[in-house]
Design a protein around this ligand. Sequence first.
Ligand code: AMP
Length: 191
Amino acid sequence: MRIVLLGAPGSGKGTQAALLVEELGLPHISTGELLRSAAKAGTELGIKAKAVIDRGELVSDDIMRELIAERLSQADAKDGFILDGYPRNLSQARALDKLLSRIEQPVDEALQIDVDVDRIITRIARRAAEEGRSDDTEEVVRNRMNVYSDQTAPVVDYYAQQGLLTRILGEGSIEEVFQRIRGVLQMRTVS
Ligand code: AMP
């Protein structure tokens, strides 16, 4: 199963992806994580990306296309994956479709986790304290939210038009949200 997880920063995508990985045995592909580990490793791409991440902006589509193509070509992704953080704009959504149709493995399901903005701010503040991410400061978060509504929100409609989108209420406990996701995926597999 090839799943795309969508949602604003702090909507709980990463947490839910980790639970889905356990449930479905598929790799969790987080482009944010790929970029952060490249930055940590000090690769050329990582150093360039870090500056962009720290401003809360998007790394260029060309770099992201190469990064995702390389990751999806790895053996563990051949039976499916959970994509978290990609696509982030319409051009990336189209690039992903192209890439996946070339290997005849289209997206099966796009899940949008809906969370109220106030709750997002609280969650990110907590994450900032726990994980110390350099892009979780108030100013950068504000920028990331703007980038989300300007560039990423249209991706939701893109998948809706293809009949692939399900919206999940992201309120409640982690387990409650996960049960909603499970319900949706079970319906997809029986229908
Ligand atoms: P995330 O961990 O998904 O919140 O991503 C953290 C940061 O990495 C984002 O704010 C962007 O700067 C960068 N990033 C992650 N995924 C993408 C993507 N698909 N396109 C461009 N930039 C990305």
